[in-house]
Design a protein around this ligand. Structure first.
Ligand code: SAM
Ligand code: SF4
Length: 465
């Protein structure tokens, strides 16, 4: 059985030894990172301890070039779908915590889930992240699996459908993960919240989530249960961000060592205000925008092939800035209250998990990122063709996945423009597609890509390679 592999004292030591690094050392590590081979904890600590603005700019420039080399100008889009907010835990930062007696508690019925999915499909979404609180009866695994089946089975006009559902639910046993895998989920996502043991204990005073190791080892059990795309994360603001970045890196390295593949994604949520949640109203270790941008860049350099996810917790300005530093997936048009996509409820806050920084619609987000040169992607090809886990990484590391990602992004974007975009988004999007084909698609592939784009224009859907 896998044991606790996070050693707080060791992380403290690594950070202490890396203090006040000489400029040459920082530049040596940046140069290594640019070769896309990733970084080890001691090297990451040196970058984290760099406080010189000139060097931080160099770290960010390197992160931008790594992002461009591996992910090009694509940004994968998804919507979170909260299906229930009942919870047996008492996380001090979350609006769903058990002791928040003022929250309107809801567990959506299958009919309500279907209605939520219809709204998302009619906006153009193809990828969901389904989540809920941890409750033994009202959010049971059976309920959750039925919800996944319901969402996949919900179809709307113009070929509207959900093609990939990632899930974020409380830790399971390996046998339960096996069952979950049968519902065809994409990535299993779970945040450790904080890797610092004492802070974890304070933040999770009661309920099953009290158990640090049960949560830490969930990804190993998911792999054992056959789910080979897993996503880790830390909730920034609970403890020192430098410690958390090293915690994430040790988690990634342990997964690589024990399961043969590291995490598929890393999420980097920052604490937002939440209803009746004391730690969210006054974060114990607030992370400034300056440090947030720095940590995004450092993670990009440390684990170049791991996707990085940013949610609508952040406001549009910060989102734009960190897209350039290494973010590869974003949520858009989100609601964090179960049922939130159908209602336009002024009372939503009383059922929501936390406040959102970006409340724009999917189309508004797409227009904005398109005009900044990013290709929105709804691609789900790798998962549907079985390019997951180690197989995915084996293609990604020598750069072989590029040709799939780039073209599939264009195809799914074209579908969106045909079926769901407003006229101004469509105009901006068509221009960007043409420019990308001209400048980024290899000569040998141009004809076939243009052909497939024409087929989509003529009505064909779900085109991918
Ligand atoms: N209940 C499950 C759990 O805790 O893992 C499922 C996911 S929970 C609904 C989603 C995530 O929201 C949590 O893991 C936590 O990191 C994040 N979260 C909770 N309160 C937050 C807040 N005030 N600001 C930002 N993120 C928050
Ligand atoms: Fe429940 Fe998750 Fe919120 Fe904690 S973070 S109170 S487990 S929903």
């Amino acid at each position: 059985m896998i044991k606790d592999f996070i050693d707080d004292a060791k992380i403290g030591d690594i950070l202490e030894k890396a203090k006040n690094p000489p400029k040459e050392k920082v530049r040596e590590i940046i140069a290594k990172a640019k070769t896309l081979e990733g970084l080890m904890p001691g090297e990451v600590a040196v970058l984290l301890q760099t406080e010189d603005d000139e060097l931080i700019t160099e770290i960010q420039q390197a992160a931008h070039s790594v992002k461009e080399a591996i992910y090009g100008n694509r940004l994968v889009l998804f919507a979170p779908l909260y299906i229930a907010n009942l919870c047996a835990n008492n996380c001090l930062y979350c609006g769903f915590r058990r002791d928040n007696k003022d929250l309107n508690r809801v567990a959506l019925t299958m009919e309500q889930i279907e209605s939520e999915v219809r709204v998302l499909e009619r906006e153009g979404h193809k990828r969901l992240l389904m989540l809920c609180g941890e409750h033994p009866t009202r959010s049971s695994l059976e309920y959750f699996m039925e919800a996944i089946e319901t969402a996949y089975a919900t179809k709307t006009e113009k070929g509207g459908e959900i093609r990939r559902i990632n899930v974020e639910i409380a830790p399971l046993q390996a046998e339960e993960f096996k069952l979950l895998k049968k519902t065809n989920i994409g990535t299993y996502v779970l945040f450790q919240e904080t890797y610092h043991h004492a802070t974890y204990k304070t933040m999770h005073p009661s309920g099953p989530k009290k158990d640090y190791v049960r949560r830490l080892t969930a990804m190993h059990r998911a792999q054992e249960g056959g789910i080979n795309d897993v996503g880790i994360g830390a909730l920034f603001g609970l403890y020192d961000y430098k410690f958390e970045v090293l915690g994430l890196l040790f988690h990634a390295l342990q997964l690589e060592q024990d399961c043969g593949v590291g995490p598929h994604t890393i999420s980097i949520p920052r604490l937002e205000p939440a209803f009746n949640a004391p730690a969210a109203i006054k974060p114990p270790h607030p992370v400034s925008d300056h440090d947030f941008k720095k940590l995004v860049a450092i993670i990009r350099l440390a684990v170049p092939y791991t996707g990085m996810i940013l949610s609508t917790r952040e406001n549009p300005e910060i989102r734009s800035e960190v897209f350039e530093l290494g973010i590869s997936q974003i949520s858009a048009g989100s609601r964090t209250n179960p049922g939130g996509y159908q209602e336009d409820s002024s009372d939503a806050f009383r059922a929501a998990q936390f406040n959102l920084g970006d409340t724009r619609t999917l189309d508004e987000v797409i227009f904005d990122i398109t005009t900044k040169g990013h290709i929105p992607s709804f691609c789900t090809a790798c998962y549907r063709l079985g390019r997951t886990g180690k197989d995915f990484m084996d293609l990604a590391k020598p750069g072989l996945i590029q040709k799939f990602c780039q073209t599939n992004a264009l195809f799914t974007f074209k579908e969106y423009l045909m079926d769901y975009a407003t006229p101004s988004t469509r105009e901006a999007g068509e221009k960007l597609i043409q420019q990308t084909v001209r400048e980024k698609i290899k000569t040998g592939m141009k004809k076939s890509v243009l052909n497939k784009l024409q087929k989509i224009e003529d009505g064909k859907r779900d085109v991918y390679i």
